[in-house]
Design a protein around this ligand. Sequence first.
Ligand SMILES: [Zn+2]
Ligand SMILES: [Zn+2]
Length: 277
Amino acid sequence: MRQVSGVAQLRTPRPDDLLWPGSSLLLTVEEVRQLWAFVHGDIMDGGIRTQLRASLGLCPRHTWVYAVVEIELWQDGAGVRAGHQPFDVTVLYQDLLDHVAVGLTRPRTLFRRYPESILTPSGPCRVCAEVVPPGNSGMRLGYAASNSAALTDEANLLTWTQRWCVETAPIWRPLACPMCEADTRQMGHPIDEPGLLCRTHLMGLGRLSADLREEVEARLRQLQKRMHRLNSSMTQYGAPATPHDDASWVETLGFFAGWGLPLHLADLTAHADERTI
Ligand SMILES: [Zn+2]
Ligand SMILES: [Zn+2]
């Protein structure tokens, strides 16, 4: 096993830090400890669901960390892949897609004058709130006494996450947020396709026209249907997922948390392939 957890301890990541393989922004042991417990928790318990709707899930960094932890570390499951799949992630984000889609097309009222305000979290990321800063002494027990450092080494390989991202790239790549793509490539910011923008870049446009809100709502509804089928495919009696269903979780997390990680993972593989030709 590649030992990488030491690299991850350089500083405490911030919510806007991208998960960047090969950098100091790998998952930290404390993040994995928190997220591994989160994956095992009852995320759709009423109180937690309300909290997660207010915060629109987790911050951008921890949204992707959540998916990475579940995909890399959860080894068994139903469906064709039989593990290493985003089951919990798709449960939570189906709910959040519905929440945002409803909010975007809600009629304006005196108290809710701007439907696009649904794109802005009104609560903190619960993982950011619970991560113990480095330097704090005391025992930090992993979920069910698991070895958080070993799990972190395993998660940081990103083996299964990269496989998912590369395999589904032909579907999601044309649908990625053009401004995230421009950021990744350090190019200018085209906004000729505002209907494809991620949540953060949509927020940056300020007030949104009714047409644009309806276009985004239709995209989120369509994503929700595909992700529902993907989630069912991971259960004992669900039909197999189509390639479009498989790509739905990447598109959904791209919408909520930005596209940096999948774009980077797909590019890494493309560049590696170029070098071997
Ligand atoms: Zn966070
Ligand atoms: Zn974006």
